[in-house]
Ligand binder design. Structure first.
Ligand SMILES: Nc1ncnc2c1ncn2[C@@H]1O[C@H](COP(=O)(O)OP(=O)(O)O)[C@@H](O)[C@H]1O
Ligand SMILES: [Mg+2]
Length: 312
């Protein structure tokens, strides 16, 4: 291979990743029960991340990322963020998805906000200017509005386009929880460049690991080009349906492959978790005793293992 410089290699990877987002729908249309292992060895990442992350040091920026859509990134960003806040960690959810689902899921109307993450990334607005409180004491959100959809393109000619979010966050570091959009564009790169750790939600479904190899390669690219400290901290299994054999098989195989990187907590598939966002509430507020709420509280304990509390 020709010796490309790091920037153009990254750009090439980005293009590949972005043009790779139509796969979901096709596969979703034709689920067949496969013979043998569910996880196709061909699609498995060749590099498994190192085992067991060390105890969490604060402040911490966690990117919730997976290039697949609909795997539970937003649900995890909102509900893990809320559960961390309930456990007395001052937490900011940064909504990096133009769809703004984390914003509305936390009870904000994007039309009513003072500023948004778009202003931060494109207009150098201070992050704290757009931070809004939520119904939970220690939980804040940096909202996304629809104009963020243009950011992928508007960012292209900008200086330090990959590091806009990192700069904004570095100026006011606390505990952050970044909800990345699906697909790997400049917004996700901004999320990964700003993060200390990546948490990858994986849906207990067919093709669970599809795109994961690419995600890990891209984490590696961001690591070598933009953010040396970036690490995959953990994998969280989501939408687990205990009634299906498939869910068990996916869980067993993901655990076998990724070992202690996989959190013990498995998020169940529950209607309550899918209902909560339309009430603008995280699950621990919407239905505090539900299975989903218990799962995200447990996950918050695992994620924050060893961290000192910073009540605010
Ligand atoms: N554990 C769960 N149980 C039931 N529904 C879920 C669960 N997690 C996510 N969902 C629903 O699945 C859809 C996709 O989840 P979402 O978090 O938006 O994924 P992503 O952000 O990765 O695209 C949403 O409608 C969400 O409400
Ligand atoms: Mg989402």
């Amino acid at each position: 291979m020709a010796s490309l410089n790091s920037k153009s290699r990254l750009a090439t990877q980005l293009e590949d990743a972005v043009s790779d987002t139509t796969v979901d729908a096709e596969h979703a249309a034709a689920p067949r029960l496969p013979e043998g292992p569910i996880l196709d060895p061909q699609t498995l990442p060749t590099e498994v991340p190192d085992d067991a992350s060390p105890p969490m040091e604060l402040p911490r920026v966690l990117a919730i990322a997976n290039q697949k859509g609909g795997v539970g990134k937003t649900t995890t960003a909102v509900n893990l963020g809320a559960a961390l806040a309930e456990a007395d960690f001052r937490t900011l959810v940064v909504d990096l998805d133009p769809q703004g689902n984390a914003t509305t899921g936390l009870g904000l109307n994007p039309r009513d906000v003072n500023g948004s993450i778009y202003d931060v990334i494109l207009n150098n607005r201070a992050l704290e200017d757009c931070v809004e409180p939520t119904s939970l004491k220690n939980l804040f959100v940096a909202p996304a509005t629809i104009d963020l959809a243009g950011a992928e393109i508007e960012l292209v000619p900008q200086m330090s386009r990959e590091l806009r979010l990192k700069r904004a966050i570095d100026s006011v570091r606390e505990q952050y929880d970044v909800d990345c959009p699906p697909s790997l564009g400049l917004l996700t790169v901004n999320g990964l460049a700003a993060a200390d750790d990546v948490i990858v939600p994986i849906q207990c479904e067919y093709y669970a690991l599809e795109g994961l190899g690419q995600l890990l390669r891209n984490v590696g690219l961001v690591q070598s080009n933009l953010n040396r400290a970036l690490e995959v901290r953990g994998i969280v299994l989501t939408m687990y349906d205990g009634r299906t054999k498939l869910a068990d098989q996916v869980e067993a195989e993901v655990r076998e492959y990724f070992g202690s990187k996989v959190y013990r907590t498995v998020v169940p598939r529950t209607v309550r978790l899918s209902e909560a966002p339309s009430f603008g509430q995280p699950i621990i507020v919407f239905d505090s005793a539900s299975r989903g709420a218990r799962a995200y509280r447990e996950l918050a304990k695992e994620v924050s293992r060893g961290a000192t509390r910073r009540a605010g």
